[in-house]
Design a protein around this ligand. Structure first.
Ligand SMILES: [Zn+2]
Length: 237
């Protein structure tokens, strides 16, 4: 896995590289991909994790995350579901933080479909519609990071994305399970499990659950001596 974390596509065909690290289910029905979905950060000298927040269905949840990051000198990556209006309604406060690199925007598609059910062209359109939205509204090129909605991914999706420059399919090492409502005890229990060195933590900006626990989440980060990094911080691209 680590070797592939660092793998860079240098204009060579992905299918020409060995794919022996992929489970067979990834290979069925598609040409062999050389890229694995990524579920942890590379090793480093400091204890750190990537705090990643998906969707953005709630204006207030997105706004609260932005203020939380700003107020506490954190670094965070949003996986933008571009069809949701909070990415427009929060643009004014978010854009400066994206431009400074404190918050990174990555691709979570335009309409949040199950990508494995789509054709290659449809997968690419989902990613490019989101890509173009971020370029228009935030002036950034979000490649190479994308996260498939529901974690729904296979070799065909990986290859379709890689062909348009989305060469880093990002999954996660621990989830806060807050895409919908989740109880406080379960949420905090999952946070204790997820927030670890080299972790990729999956949260959502769809409701107020995380906002209501920001102080407790920060306490975990600080008590464990963890720092937060964006994907570009961690992977250097
Ligand atoms: Zn999602």
């Amino acid at each position: 896995m680590e070797r592939r974390d660092f793998f860079k596509v240098m204009g060579v065909s992905l299918a020409t590289v060995a794919s022996n690290a992929l489970p067979q289910s990834f290979l069925d029905g598609a040409h062999a991909s050389s890229i694995n979905a990524i579920t942890s950060l590379p090793k480093s000298d400091t204890a750190r994790f990537a705090w990643t927040v998906d969707d953005g269905c709630s204006h207030d949840a997105v706004e609260n995350y932005i203020n939380f990051v700003a107020d506490n000198d954190l670094r965070l990556t949003f996986f933008v579901y571009a069809g949701m209006s909070p990415w427009q309604t929060n643009q004014k406060i978010l854009k400066p933080m994206v431009q400074s690199g404190q918050i990174q925007l990555a691709n979570h598609t335009m309409r949040h479909p199950f990508l494995t059910k789509l054709t290659t062209k449809q997968v690419q359109k989902e990613l490019m519609d989101c890509h173009n939205f971020m370029e228009r509204n935030y002036g950034i090129d979000a490649r190479p990071y994308f996260r498939p909605p529901y974690g729904d991914i296979n070799a065909a999706v990986i290859n379709a994305a890689a062909d348009i420059g989305y060469t880093r399919p990002m999954l996660w090492s621990g989830t806060l399970a807050d895409s919908g409502k989740v109880g406080s005890a379960k949420f905090m229990n999952l946070a204790h499990l997820a927030m670890r060195d080299r972790g990729i933590v999956l949260g959502h900006a769809n409701n107020m659950v995380a906002s209501n626990h920001f102080d407790q989440l920060l306490e975990i980060v600080n008590s464990r001596g963890l720092s937060t990094v964006t994907l570009t911080d961690a992977f250097g691209v």
